[in-house]
Design a protein around this ligand. Structure first.
Ligand SMILES: [Zn+2]
Length: 211
């Protein structure tokens, strides 16, 4: 227990890195306001995540406005194919990225962002998501679970069921069409093309209006 207090104090003193190229004005949109059929399953507001405890005080998700609008277009296209989007995470305060990094063993660090560089989630330009079936309401089976730190999470993984791979690839195509790029280690993580324009933020969810 001796370690707890100094680490907590260090975390309070830590500041997000500045990026001089990131000059766009942040304009975070609450994804719950976009379309009633976009479902939120904010794992980091629950104990159902790789840390086993909540790290967000509110079950909300945000993206910068152009990324949010692109996500909405992807969702509408997927709806015509019988699927809706379920969002696990969007904008993530930088201090939470630091917490993940400090809690992750060396051999798994490729699955988390280095706080010295900041994450595209910190810029409000990355989203973690999956699909649900509009008829049954159930989240679809994908080749791996969300936040599973194995090769099954890689977007090119050839194992698992054909149906799971087909749905993973359907999600990827819909997102790529709208300017998102899948992360090479995680089928669920997508970066929006404008991410370099937005600064690394550490605004708590409670400070973001329910617009
Ligand atoms: Zn992610």
């Amino acid at each position: 227990m001796d370690m707890v207090l100094p680490l907590a104090l260090l975390a309070l003193l830590a500041q997000p890195p500045a990026d001089p190229r990131a000059t766009a004005q942040p304009d975070l949109v609450d994804l719950a306001t976009l379309d009633a059929a976009i479902r939120l399953d904010i794992r980091y507001a629950t104990a159902n995540n790789f840390l086993g405890r909540p790290v967000y005080s509110e079950a909300r998700a945000f993206l910068q406005r152009p990324a949010a609008e692109a996500l909405l277009r992807a969702h509408r296209r997927l709806k015509t194919k019988g699927y809706g989007i379920v969002v696990f995470d969007g904008y993530r305060p930088w201090s939470v990225t630091k917490l993940f990094w400090d809690a992750t063993p060396e051999d798994r660090k490729r699955f988390v962002a280095d706080p010295a560089k900041g994450s595209r989630h910190n810029r409000g330009c990355a989203v973690d998501l999956s699909l649900y079936d509009l008829r049954t309401g159930r989240t679809v089976e994908m080749p791996s679970k969300y936040d599973e730190m194995t090769e099954r999470a890689h977007p090119g993984y050839r194992g698992g069921s054909r149906r799971a791979r087909r749905l993973r690839d359907l999600l990827r195509r819909a997102m790529e069409r709208e300017g998102f790029t899948v992360y090479e280690y995680e089928w669920w993580h997508f970066d929006y093309k404008d991410w370099p324009r937005y600064p690394i933020l550490d605004i708590p969810f409670s400070a973001i209006p329910r617009n």
